[in-house]
Structures are given as structure tokens and as C-alpha cells.
Design a protein around this ligand. Structure first.
Ligand code: M6R
Length: 612
């Protein structure tokens, strides 16, 4: 939530800041602002609304020659989305500004104290206390003042500070909110996420909790916030390129990312499996065969779409590796009395690797002695750094707020992981493993071949159904999590109320909702629960419900029961979640478009939820 960008170097500041903010806008978009030194003072421009409004406001300042500054795009936590609450926030003198991502938990007490000391507050945000707190301690050493201020602060922060009296330096600091620094010849960058840095550099340093960085044209110096001692940091090389974080001719990032799924799935399994021999190679898990054999349970820990991936993973791990699996919502898990020990394996699943609840759950599991192997898309993110091992999904940057390619890549990683553990535990023979890997191998081509047709189906379906206000998604077994995911996609981008349900649960309540105003999306592969699922569809039909089905090619019986049917190829049952997901993503996308919704930046949401 919230995107921070900072730059010091030789380029004109505004294009760098605006470009960076554009690439981070998925993190929050209810207001934005920038600040830079101008004629011995600081210039600060902020605007309520999306970045283009700030851009228009900045037209008059395009000629500024400054080459240092800070920018911010906001996802409101404390204080409504207004210009006054937009970052950067200034101290009383207006000569010091702060951009912040996170939550200052003791802001109220600090604010009251600072007010008593004569500081005047102009916003309702928690962030503004940081500016005044630094002002309070500031004599002539900015770094010293920031270090002292941070000692008073409780909560989470990634922050950038700029002071008019030191117009060649930026100070950054981090605790529990992501911040990555970029290094190039005579220029330094800070950003909440890698895409903001990609046009300029691939050399990055991930700031860790409790670290402060001083950025100048001379490079980056990192200090411990606790001791003030200098810390030697490793420079990492990022493999993504700038084009990967752009739309490449697609109307929306979400659509581009839906279409990228065959490649993302392929990239995630490429080099990790030998279908002929049924072998999977995941040395990055870092677990010996003895440890895998000795495990007593697996906990899959995640939020949102990643949690849905975990629900699918449970079926595979239990069936193939014969291990009990709990799938936990991280926001609940972290407050429970947990039964974990060194024989348990906790697998945090996260696209961003920065989700606050998942990270907190990881830390608790680790403290209890559990082994931690994460599934993550962002190299070097906090979750990966705190895990014993990471199986990366190689989906490339996912910018659309609605997660699509990250989900099917997570499924790929879970599928491999389940087979890897099955092999190590001796619970599935070579022939079976080989058959399942061959089935996975075919997935990219199957999706590639049908994407265009599903997109057309979704377009036609949206035309007919975009005005409805409630949808029910039903699935059984492996398709139950896919029903949840389909409903989540629809609600988050089209603002239509949608519920995913296990079809067998219908009779226990939701069936009361069925009428001609509620389309029911039924996922009906030809698997071992096909007949049961068809019965559920009949029940909907006999209550005058509208049935939208996703079923296999040539299923005439299902077609007759359905108002609309989207056909998918009949595949190995365990592969169905990959296939059934895609039409549902496209349906959500087309319905959202038909309703005129902002698909890539849905209201109230942010891509990465780095606060609780
Ligand atoms: O980055 P993560 O995978 O940890 O994010 C988890 C959720 O916030 C995320 O999946 C969210 O539910 C998406 N908006 C769903 O499309």
C-alpha cells in the first residue's frame, strides 16, 4: 500500500518521479504528490485522485532543473484521500518533507506531545508526526535527527526524507514495509518496488528492517537504526526488464497478464522437472530428504488469491505426498494458539512477498520451530529473505491489482512441490509422477490454444450479464477454490457481489438465494464428482436460476441445462484448476469493462497489502 519513489542524480527530477509513480500506482491511487528543492527552498505539489491529476498540476513546473526529490502515491489508512492528507508531508518550516508507507501506531500520543511542544499539524495522517519529530531533533545533521526520531516511533514504515538545507541527500529507512534502493553511475534511487527502478538500473539493494540509508550521487550508505553503525549490503542484479512491467499494447495490465499465463506457467516449471522419469528438482527448498520424510504436517499460509492457490495445493499435497495440510488465512493464523514444531513445514504463498499478515504468520511459525519454504514471485522480497528456502514463481512482474498470472504460477509451483515431496516420501510411483508431470507440461499449450475463444465467450457473456448485481460461483473438489477465486475476481474489479461456494453446501443455505436475478456460475469438469455437480446444476435450474456453466467440450447434457456454457478441453482431472481459472478471469475482466470499471486500479484496493 502506497508507493514511494526517490531519486538523486543528474536527470531532471519530475520525469523520473512521475515515471516511478506511474509504475507504482498499483500500490495505491487515491492521491499523489512530489517534492524537490527549488531556489534554496522545497517545492511541494500534491493532488487528490489518480496520478494524471498530479501530472496536470505539475505542468507549470516542468522546467525545474532540480535532480533530487521524493514522490508518493497513496492508499489511505489514516485520514481521507484529500490533498492535505497527500504525501509528502512537511514539518512546520516547510523545509523538510517525508514520504511514508506503513502505519505509525503511536502517532496519536506523538502528535499530542508534539502539539504541546508547539508543532502545528495540517493533516489527519499518522505520517505527519514523522516530519515534526525529525524537525524536533534536527540541528545540522539530518541522519542523526532521523535516527533519533525513529527511536520514538512504533509501527511500520518505509520512508524517504528530504531537507532543503541538505539538497544533495535523501534519507530512507525501513521497518516492516518494503523499500528497495537502486544504484547506477552517479545516481541513487529508492522505491517501494522494483518496477520503478527498471528503466534506470538493475542493480539493487534491499533494505532490511531496522536499516537507514543515505542516498547521494556518490552512492548509498546503509546504517543500523539501533546502533548507527554502517552495514555492508549485498548488491543484487534483477533479471526483469522494463518492458516486462509495461502494457505491451494491451488495454490493461490485467488483460496482458491473463494472456501471459501460458508463458508464466511454462517459466515456473521450466528446468524443474523431468516428465519422462517423473522427477522434480527443487533444490531451492533447502530441505533434506530426511526432513521431508519426517514432516508431520504442512501449513499453507496466505491471503486473498494466494490463499485460493493454497486451497488447491492442499488437495495435491494430501493426495500425492500423503501429508496432512492446513490452509490458513494469514490474518487469522497470526492470532491463534498454533500447534507447530520443527516437524511441520509452513509454506507462505505470496505474489509480492510483502503482504503484512503473511509475513507476520511466517515469523510466528518460524519462532515455533517450523521450517519455512515460501512460494513467491518477487526475488529478494521480505518473505523470501525470511524463509529457509523459496520456490520462485517465474511469472514476471504482476501489476494489475487483480492477481491472475501469479495465481496460475502459484498453482504450478504447488503442483511441483507436491510431486517433489511425494517422490522424496516414496508415496507416489514413478509412473504416476511421470503421468502427472506430462499433464502439467501440456497446460501452457492448452491455454494458449483456447484463450482467444474464451475471451470471445467472456465478451458475449458480459454483454448479457453485466447489469446483474449478484453472482454465485459453485464448484466441487479442486474446482471449489476456483469458484472462490472466480467470485473474488468478479467482485474486486466489477464491484458486483459474488460468492464462491462448495456446491455440496448449497442445500445448507445458499439455495435460498436462487432466483432469476442471480446467475450461478457452475464449474463442471468430467471428474469423479461430475454427477454430483450436475445434480447441483439441476437444483439451480429447477428453482429458475440462471446457469452459466464451464464444462468440457461436447458435454451436451450440461449445455442443455445452461443459459450459457463455456467449453474447455477435457484434461487430466488434476490439471483442471489451471484450465477452469482462465475463462473466469476473462469473464470478470469483460464484465468489469462493460460496467465501466477501472480494471487495473479497482476502488479501495491496492496491489500489495503491507499493513494489517
Ligand atoms: O502479494 P500477495 O500474493 O501476498 O497478495 C495477497 C492478496 O492481497 C492478493 O492475492 C489479493 O487478494 C488480490 N487483489 C487478488 O486479486
Amino acid at each position: 500500500m502506497c508507493g514511494i519513489v526517490g531519486y538523486v542524480g543528474h536527470r531532471r527530477i519530475l520525469p523520473v518521479l512521475l515515471d516511478g509513480l506511474r509504475r507504482l500506482e498499483y500500490r495505491g491511487y487515491d492521491s499523489a504528490g512530489v517534492a524537490w528543492p527549488e531556489n534554496g527552498d522545497l517545492k511541494r505539489v500534491r493532488a487528490k485522485g489518480k496520478l494524471n491529476i498530479l501530472e496536470e498540476t505539475l505542468e507549470d513546473f516542468r522546467s525545474t532543473r532540480s535532480s533530487i526529490g521524493l514522490g508518493h502515491t497513496r492508499w489511505a489508512t489514516h485520514g481521507r484521500p484529500t490533498e492535505e492528507n497527500a504525501h509528502p508531508h512537511a514539518d512546520c518550516t516547510g523545509r523538510l518533507v517525508v514520504v511514508h508507507n506503513g502505519i505509525i501506531e503511536n502517532y496519536f500520543a506523538l502528535r499530542e506531545q508534539l502539539k504541546k511542544e508547539g508543532h502545528v499539524f495540517k493533516s489527519d495522517t499518522d505520517t505527519e508526526v514523522l516530519a515534526h519529530l525529525i524537525e524536533k531533533y534536527l540541528e545540522d545533521d539530518l541522519v542523526e535527527a532521523v535516527l533519533r526520531a525513529l527511536k520514538d516511533v512504533e509501527g511500520a514504515y518505509a520512508l524517504g526524507v528530504l531537507w532543503a538545507d541538505k539538497p544533495d541527500t535523501l534519507v530512507a529507512a525501513r521497518k516492516q514495509s518494503p523499500l528497495v534502493l537502486g544504484i547506477a553511475q552517479d545516481e541513487s534511487f529508492m522505491a517501494s518496488d522494483i518496477p520503478a527502478l527498471l528503466p534506470y538500473t538493475k542493480k539493487v539493494v534491499f533494505l532490511d528492517d531496522g536499516e537507514l540509508a543515505v542516498l547521494s550521487t556518490g552512492g548509498i550508505k546503509v546504517l543500523s537504526i539501533n546502533s548507527g553503525d554502517e552495514i555492508e549490503k549485498e548488491i543484487q542484479e534483477i533479471k526483469w526488464d522494463a518492458a516486462m512491467a509495461e502494457k505491451a499494447g494491451y488495454k490493461h495490465f490485467m488483460l496482458k497478464e491473463i494472456y501471459e499465463q501460458p508463458q508464466a506457467i511454462l517459466n515456473t516449471f521450466r528446468g524443474r522437472m523431468l516428465p519422462d522419469t517423473g522427477e522434480v528438482e527443487l533444490p531451492e527448498m533447502g530441505l533434506s530428504d530426511e526432513v521431508i520424510k519426517g514432516l508431520n504436517k504442512v501449513v499453507l499460509l496466505a491471503c486473498g488469491t494466494s490463499w485460493h492457490a493454497g486451497l488447491v495445493g492442499k488437495y495435491w499435497i494430501e493426495k500425492w505426498a500423503r501429508l496432512p495440510v492446513e490452509v490458513e488465512l494469514a490474518s487469522e493464523f497470526r492470532y491463534r494458539d498454533l500447534l507447530l514444531d520443527e516437524k511441520s513445514l509452513t509454506i507462505p504463498i505470496s505474489q509480492s512477498g510483502e503482504t503484512a499478515d503473511t509475513l507476520a504468520g511466517l515469523r510466528i511459525a518460524k519462532e515455533l520451530g517450523s521450517r519455512i519454504v515460501s512460494i513467491c514471485n518477487v526475488v529478494g522480497s521480505t518473505i523470501t529473505r525470511e524463509s529457509d528456502g523459496t520456490v520462485y514463481t517465474h511469472a514476471g512482474p504482476e501489476i494489475g491489482v487483480a492477481s491472475t498470472k501469479a495465481f496460475t504460477s502459484q498453482l504450478t509451483a504447488l503442483y511441483l512441490l507436491a510431486l517433489y515431496m511425494a517422490e522424496r516420501r516414496g508415496t507416489l510411483n514413478e509412473q504416476e509422477r511421470s503421468r502427472l508431470l506430462k499433464a502439467l507440461l501440456d497446460v501452457p499449450k492448452i491455454i494458449e490454444d483456447r484463450l482467444g475463444e474464451w475471451h470471445e465467450n467472456a465478451f458475449a457473456l458480459a454483454d448479457e450479464f453485466y447489469t446483474y448485481s449478484d453472482f454465485l460461483y459453485l464448484g466441487r473438489h479442486l474446482q471449489f477454490p476456483i469458484a472462490l477465486e472466480g467470485a473474488l475476481k468478479l467482485k474486486e474489479i466489477s464491484y458486483i457481489h459474488a460468492e464462491g461456494y462448495a456446491a455440496g453446501e448449497m442445500k445448507h443455505g445458499p439455495i435460498a438465494l436462487i432466483d432469476r436475478n442471480m446467475p450461478v456460475v457452475a464449474l463442471v469438469p468430467k471428474d469423479h464428482v461430475y454427477e454430483k455437480m450436475v445434480s447441483n446444476v439441476e437444483e439451480v435450474k429447477s428453482r429458475r436460476g440462471i446457469v452459466i456453466s464451464v464444462g468440457v467440450d461436447g458435454d451436451e447434457g450440461l449445455n442443455r441445462l445452461s443459459s450459457v456454457m463455456i467449453s474447455v478441453p477435457e484434461v487430466e482431472a488434476d490439471i483442471n484448476p489451471f484450465i477452469f481459472t482462465i475463462p473466469l478471469q476473462l469473464v470478470a475482466y469483460e464484465i468489469a469493462l462493460a460496467r465501466g470499471c477501472d480494471v487495473d486500479q479497482p476502488r479501495n484496493l491496492a496491489k500489495s497489502v503491507t499493513v494489517e
